[in-house]
Design a protein. Structure first.
Length: 108
């Protein structure tokens, strides 16, 4: 299941308006290291429309979380991570917390 980079994705989530700048910073840090993988964000219904638009413009793919499906009592962040891993559009997905930043540590 090697797959090409188009079938692989970095995934994060934005659950509140406060988490959107963090997700956007992560997105920017991945773009700066010129990742060839798709950038995906999961967005909760509580994120305001203007911030959803900012995420839509920055990430390659935006998916909406459906909290009605969270009937197991999972914390919102855990539910978002598990939901992301069920996306059928990608063969490989790496989930990153929105508070993370990526640096090109392996360059010469």
């Amino acid at each position: 299941m090697g797959g090409d980079s188009a079938s692989q994705a970095w995934l994060t989530f934005a659950l509140t308006d406060d988490s959107v700048p963090k997700a956007l910073t992560l997105c920017l840090s991945l773009r700066r290291v010129m990742t060839s993988r798709k950038l995906v964000v999961l967005v909760s219904p509580s994120v305001s429309p203007p911030l959803r638009e900012a995420l839509h413009l920055s990430f390659d793919h935006l998916y909406y979380l459906e909290y009605l499906r969270n009937q197991n009592g999972l914390k919102d962040a855990d539910f978002a991570k598990l939901s992301g891993l069920t996306l059928k559009s990608f063969e490989k997905i790496v989930v990153l917390e929105p508070t993370m930043m990526v640096n090109d540590l392996f360059s010469n």
